[in-house]
Design a protein around this ligand. Structure first.
Ligand SMILES: [Zn+2]
Length: 142
């Protein structure tokens, strides 16, 4: 992912991407977002929903004594694998795991290059692309 989008995510979600520049012995986030720019919106929306959920759960607990709150989610690795997004974290609850699964499934129908609707292509090396970003040799696969 290009630098400006990487920086934007870190700026918008400093708690989730707290370890973005931590040493590699501690986190895989030191490698940055190991996927294409086309998935920026998916990650952006995922993180907005995650942080909102955490803040709301914490507020419920602290202000009204309702529920157990929610630990802060910290991303440990964000990458592409077998054509789809993988968003690995520490912390979170069942609702957050559901959000992550939803985001990962959206990546399977979103071009990793440009964000247009797409599908999973290729054999062996699998990737998700729109028609325009599908390699010539994979165009007849579908
Ligand atoms: Zn595309």
């Amino acid at each position: 992912m290009k630098n400006e989008l990487d920086e934007l995510l870190c700026k918008r979600y400093p708690k989730i991407f707290r370890d973005r520049n931590a040493p590699m012995a501690e986190t895989c986030m030191c490698w940055g977002f190991e996927c294409g720019d086309g998935w920026f919106n998916i990650i952006d929306q995922l993180c907005a929903n995650i942080q909102h959920h955490i803040d709301w759960k914490q507020q419920q607990k602290e202000k009204y004594g309702r529920g157990d709150g929610c630990t802060q989610v910290v991303a440990v690795q964000v990458k592409e694998k077998f054509g789809t997004l993988r968003f690995y974290t520490e912390g979170g609850d069942a609702e957050i795991y559901g959000m992550i699964r939803m985001a990962e499934s959206m990546s399977a129908v979103t071009c990793e290059e440009c964000g247009s609707p797409g599908s999973t292509r290729g054999r062996g090396w699998i990737y998700t692309a729109c028609d325009a970003h599908t390699k010539e040799e994979h165009k007849d696969d579908q």
